[in-house]
Design a protein. Structure first.
Length: 354
């Protein structure tokens, strides 16, 4: 079968590999249908990555190391089920929840699976991934796609990340929200905030194509030449009170500073953005304004299930962030390379795997 494998920085290969065999107990064999290219995939491609284990340090849960089959955002069709599998049948279309966990640590025992110290991700640190024509996954990862298209199913994973960040920011009906950055997670955070009842959503984004996307989703673009001018504009929109919540999807120190400057007294900031350099946080402002600064990693099972339910009901139109759908053969040139080209205007690229 064909699969896209990561060997190292700037070394991904669409090649023939041996297919998986029959699924074992509590496992499911699936044929990926549509799969999204994630920012994590891009970081592994450009380097330095860190999510895909090197040969010298295999993953503690799966024992897997590079080369690995990429693709952790995907929909699929069930081809075979292993012994003991209940509720999933051959022919079912599913969204794949890629998080694998040990099930025995303190985090797993309180259902906080994203905090499992030995967690693994299908398509990054496991044997199979969504950028392959077949994959074996634990049965608990297969979620029915009732009411959703194959394309929507491929967006469920990043949409759950965004909705979890919205939940962590405590966004509720009638509130105002600032989203910093309008990449895939930022765009989905805009939609997630609206789905959660936000009355006004503002966002920052320097790239013109991404700014246009955010505006099309129903948010107000805040454009300024300096962080101070951006904060002034946000505060002017909120009669000087500031927004109720802010979500840092950019992972830049300036963006986090903007969140701190624009959130009202007692407001909440969530940070799903990956900061590759540790930022300096204005703790004085955090304390004096009684702000709540909260990290947001992955998603809860509740956020995953609510993402699918809200999308099926039309309240969370996650497919609107997709800017391109491409054939599997073009995954490197029209997928990875296009997303890394600043002038391409691409935000979320979906690959037609099967």
């Amino acid at each position: 079968m064909r699969a896209l494998r990561l060997y190292g920085p700037h070394d991904i290969r669409l090649e023939d590999v041996d297919p998986p065999g029959r699924p074992g107990p509590d496992e499911v064999l699936v044929a990926p249908l549509r799969a999204g290219i994630c920012g994590t995939d891009l970081r592994e491609y450009t380097g330095p990555g860190g999510a895909a284990p090197d040969r010298t340090d295999p993953h503690p849960l799966t024992g897997i190391a590079k080369p690995v089959i990429l693709g952790h955002e995907f929909s699929a069709r069930v081809v075979a089920v292993g012994e003991g599998v209940r509720g999933t049948q051959v022919g079912d279309r599913v969204a794949v929840l890629p998080l694998q966990h040990c099930g025995t640590c303190a985090a797993c025992l309180r259902d906080a699976y994203p905090l499992c110290p030995d967690k693994a991700w299908t398509g990054l640190s496991t044997r199979w991934g969504g950028f392959g024509e077949l994959a074996v996954i634990p049965a608990y990862q297969a979620t029915p796609l009732d009411g959703l298209s194959d394309l929507q199913g491929a967006v469920v994973e990043p949409a759950a990340v965004a909705l979890h960040a919205v939940d962590r920011a405590r966004v509720g009906p009638g509130q105002s929200v600032l989203v910093v950055g309008c990449g895939p997670i930022g765009a989905l955070a805009i939609l997630g905030s609206i789905a959660s009842g936000a009355a006004a959503v503002f966002f920052t984004e320097p790239h013109p194509a991404r700014a246009a996307l955010g505006q099309g989703l129903g948010a107000v673009h805040i454009a300024g030449t300096t962080p101070a001018s951006l904060a002034d504009i946000v505060n002017a929109h909120t009669n000087g009170l500031g927004v109720d919540a802010a979500i840092d999807c950019a992972g830049k120190a300036a963006g986090l500073d903007l969140c701190l400057e624009t959130v009202r007294m007692g407001g909440t900031i969530s940070v799903p953005g990956v900061h590759t350099r540790p930022p300096t946080v204005n703790v004085w402002r955090l304390t004096r304004r009684s702000l709540d600064l909260r990290g947001s990693q992955g998603y809860s099972r509740s956020a995953w299930d609510r993402t699918i339910a809200l999308a099926a009901a039309g309240r969370y139109p996650i497919e609107r962030v997709v800017t391109s759908t491409i054939p599997f053969d073009d995954i490197v040139t029209r997928g990875f390379d296009a997303l890394l080209e600043p002038t391409s205007g691409q935000v979320k690229v979906i690959v037609e795997v099967g």
